[in-house]
Design a protein around this ligand. Structure first.
Ligand code: CAA
Length: 256
């Protein structure tokens, strides 16, 4: 497996670190392939309860690799479906947190938005500067950024290529929280450990229901939520969670 991604397991949390620091973690085909393979494998790993994707202090990722793409033709893009094969993150059942420090631009911003939520260092800068290269976002930017921050801001950012700092990103709803840069990983790990400690069926159900809200009407979504809420009463963990509350002790979840 390539070293463009470093996998580290800490208890039930898997940390995937993008590792092309000299290229500001530009997303080349090798890195994307390796990242997606790790996420696919972790998605089915019973010992993992949460995934963190992060980069370096200077860059989460400065976009798709411009040097790799510069000479590519339409056929080179379309035949292998260059950016269309990377659904592992979208399909992953485990929560994925993007811990973003420094630049998250172009494909880097899109990668962060593919994750379930973004924890941003106070140094984070987000943007979709593809227009400056005479292209547009190609891994979901026009769709996910618009859903995250609304039409006006998404239009302005994508049509001008301007960057957004961490404060604006949090205000606009792109980042869940801002954390001082030197505390980003410690805080992210605490959040990830917390999620990983909850009962996995309920974590799956919560994530699936929220994701569903982006696809269906409110009535459909409410119906879906009930359909995944009731079966949780068939889990041992629901009995344990509620018993522990009443007995004033910590629950011991078995993820079943
Ligand atoms: N692709 C390839 N290499 C990149 C890169 C990218 N997206 N971003 C940075 N690098 C490389 C630089 O070429 C440079 O390499 P060399 O030392 O070999 O010259 C190295 O990383 C360091 O970068 P800079 O010297 O430019 O660093 P800086 O601090 O002066 O500037 C930056 C940082 C503002 C992020 C600047 O690097 C930049 O503008 N990068 C490109 C951002 C961008 O346009 N991203 C969108 C890419 S297209 C895309 O993502 C399409 C899609 O949606 C699928």
């Amino acid at each position: 497996m390539s070293e463009t991604i470093i996998l580290e397991k800490v208890n039930r949390v898997a940390v995937l670190t993008l590792n092309r620091p000299k290229a500001l973690n530009a997303l080349n085909a090798e890195l994307l392939e390796c990242l997606m393979q790790h996420v696919s494998e972790l998605s089915n790993d019973p010992d993992t309860g949460c995934i963190v994707i992060t980069g370096s202090e200077k860059a989460f990722a400065a976009g798709a690799d411009i040097k790799e793409m510069s000479d590519m033709s339409y056929i080179d893009m379309v035949m292998p479906d260059h950016f269309g094969r990377h659904n592992a993150i979208e399909n992953c059942r485990l929560p994925i947190i993007a811990a973003v420090s420094g630049y998250a631009l172009g494909g880097g911003c899109e990668l962060a938005m593919m994750c379930d939520f973004i924890l941003a260092a106070d140094t984070a800068q987000f943007g979709q500067p593809e227009i400056t290269l005479a292209i547009i976002p190609g891994i979901g930017g026009t769709q996910r950024l618009t859903r995250a921050i609304g039409k006006a801001k998404a239009m302005e950012m994508i049509l001008t290529g301007r960057l957004m700092d961490a404060e604006e990103a949090e205000r606009a709803g792109l980042a869940a929280r801002i954390i001082p840069a030197d505390e980003l990983m410690a805080e992210t790990m605490m959040v990830a450990e917390k999620i990983a400690g909850f009962s996995r069926p309920s974590v799956y159900a919560a994530k699936e229901s929220i994701k569903r809200s982006f696809e269906v009407s409110l009535a459909e979504g409410l119906h879906y939520e009930q359909r995944v809420f009731y079966p949780l009463f068939a889990t041992e963990d629901q009995k344990e969670g509620m018993a522990a509350f009443m007995e004033k002790r910590k629950p011991k979840f078995k993820h079943k």
